[in-house]
Design a protein around this ligand. Sequence first.
Ligand SMILES: [Zn+2]
Length: 444
Amino acid sequence: MELHCRTAVYCCYFVTILLVLLSITSTKAEAEEDPSSIISRFQQYLQINTAHPHPHYSQAADFILSQAQSLSLETRTLEFVQGKPLIFLKWPGSDPDLPSILLNSHTDVVTVEQEKWSHPPFGAHIDRQGNIYARGSQDMKCVGMQYLEAIRKLKASGFQPVRSVYLSFVPDEEIGGRDGAEKFAASDAFKNLNVGIVLDEGLASPNENYRMFYAERRAWPLVIRATGQPGHGAKLYDNTAMENLLRSIESVRRFRASQFDLVKAGLKAEGEVISVNMGFVMNLQPSEAEAGFDIRVPPTADPEPLERRIAEEWAPASRNMTFELRRFKQKVSLHAKFGKPVLNVTDISNPWWTLLEEAVRKANGKLGQPEIFPASTDARQFRQQGLPAIGFSPMANTPILLHDHDEFLNQDEYLKGIDVYGSIIKAYASYIDHTRKEAPRDEL
Ligand SMILES: [Zn+2]
């Protein structure tokens, strides 16, 4: 009998231990989802063809809404322009009075030259190295999905945000954002979100350091026009339109080379110089010739000397030349303090920058020096509203392939990025500033 009793006791122990073990593994399974289903959701998003000129926006919207539903996020669809839905999602914070976090991404991608790809650009094929091939794998469907996956993980871990977290999935970034982020950032719907910080896209990094962008260069499309006297083709003339234009082009070329030399010598980063690329030269009539340039100006550059150079050297009235310059007027002066550029995000008094650095480090990520984005992104629409916006796409050890053939992202890098975002969202959404009242928007 005693023997029986003991057996029963042992049995009891055994069953208890077994139950404890089972419960541990099941909690673990809840928190640590099988990576293959995470990757498969990324593939599904990549497989929706949202390339211009005919992006399948409604399909992308349906997909995002279904993801949001599975995460119990509040959803809203805005359509500033018919057929171009903008989805925004909310994870409510416990203190709705604190400024919120906005995680922005665009749903569109640039067009593809199908025949130049090794794998179909909307197939999301994974090769043996784990590289996922698809248009948008870097720019920027990865980021949109990583936000959602990070929230999935945070929710599974029981995390509750103090600040509200919003996600916006916007159309048309690749064609200038006029019907997307531009209208959104200027809308009442946006104002009501009381956003304190925006995260948007960055670039892949070929080395181990993630890249961070606190500002971006602005496009200054320039057309210069030369007018000369019309004349017989067989006669030699002074001051012909083409001759005058070529003199200007030579002057632009010299300026371009001087800026490029600074980059080549390692004195300045790509985003810190003024770049000029020539777009076209055309002869309108025998007496008129024009050339178009794509100029990119960093916010750190003083625009006045450049404007003067254009008026006096590149298109001087003294040589019968005129010009059209579309330049963007900064609502928020970047030269506000003592004539020095105000770089709002890296400013030490701005808590978001430090929080992000710490959060990336906590997730075992490394950061490079903050940079100026060499091209344009939707982040400028939010910076225009006086908000700090950080460009960040967690892709280290990855060649920069946005807009290129065979764009890919490695699945391990993608999964790592989810943890990095998890760490950032957690830090941002639980941040409470005890030391001072939060600055009103236009002071940020
Ligand atoms: Zn992009």
